[in-house]
Design a protein around this ligand. Sequence first.
Ligand SMILES: [Zn+2]
Length: 443
Amino acid sequence: MGVRAFHIGSVLVLVALMEWGGALSPVLQAQTPALRADGARMQERILRLAEFGRDPRGGVSRLAFSEADRQGRAYIIALMRQAGLTVRVDPAGNIIGRREGREPHLPPIVFGSHIDSVPNGGRYDGVVGVIGAIECIEVLNAHGVTTRHPLEVIVFADEEGGLVGSRALIGALTPEALAVVSHSGMTVREGIRAIGGDPDRLAEVVRRPGEIAAFLELHIEQGGTLEAEGAQIGVVEGIVGIRWWDVVIEGFANHAGTTPMNQRRDALVAAAELILAVNRVVTSVPGRQVGTVGRITAEPGAPNVIPGRVRMSLELRDLSAEKIEQLFERIREEARAIEARRGVTITFTPIDATAVPAPTDERLRRLIAETARELGLRTLFLPSGAGHDAQNMARMAPTGMIFVPSVGGISHSPQEYTRPEDLANGATVLLHTILKIDRGALP
Ligand SMILES: [Zn+2]
């Protein structure tokens, strides 16, 4: 009780100073970590939400636009209202809960994630960022803190079906995307209507640069790097870009019994060399870039015929588009050497399934890392190999992303789990990052 009173007292002094408009002394800044998220409350709400779309096989199937999604959204809207937020559903179906600031002309600080899931998915993916965002509001309420900027908690519509809600915010939700049939069986257009949006008024949701002060997304890592490195907070450097190619190797199909080894133009042997070359090139430079050949077919595909043609895939991912390009150039050089050696031709056709890298804002990375350190948490900078709404938001507003550990690195699975203390750490870092932005940490 005494400790709590002390904390509240220091916050009141802090608030008084903020009202007064003076710069915060380092001492007061050091005391703001008294504002802490409640991991047990977050866990309880995450489990409550998991009841909507609970899958008999374990985990949740809360597909975007489904009845379960609509029930889950109603639960979240109720939590937002209970936390005093003014809630609306925008024409794209995004839920936005707003808390006014002291300076109404300032653009809002926006934070949130999604609550739709993949079929038979986990309880934490996206949900942690939404429950964590509401937790920040609750903690501010409990301590009577009013920010300068308005705050907006956002729940993006249909994240798993292709980042639908955030695409709408940047004006990139095309008529073709609206016609796609989602997991729910409805088209995206029908689905947006089912959750209270209006696909004919999407122009109204587009936000332009400057209209959002900053966007922050708290999310589970969905991989095992934080756990393996013993880090509690991941500072996301960005969402990696992805490029795909169709690779065709033309050799000459001939009799496997009568064609001497030195007269063959074996497309599959050339493919084997190329696959090894991809692995060698991608691992030959420092960094977290990845390269994969995940699919291969050989023709005609008979034990007694030398393969005349091979079709295979090539995928490269990295945070830097230039690095992907450089790696691809080196793979092409290797391919030219294989062509000469093996008497084959190798062609690379780019596939239009690419995602451009979306780096997060460097100032926000520093701010998140500094905030975590002040809270005594171990941090790690890392890229996100999975896609997130933040990658769209990064095209319009300074964007930061905070990862918390996934136990065992498991995600998109009923086994997905994040410990309550990690939930609390993530939401607390989110909260204090918001407060720093509010005080003008982003010049
Ligand atoms: Zn997610």
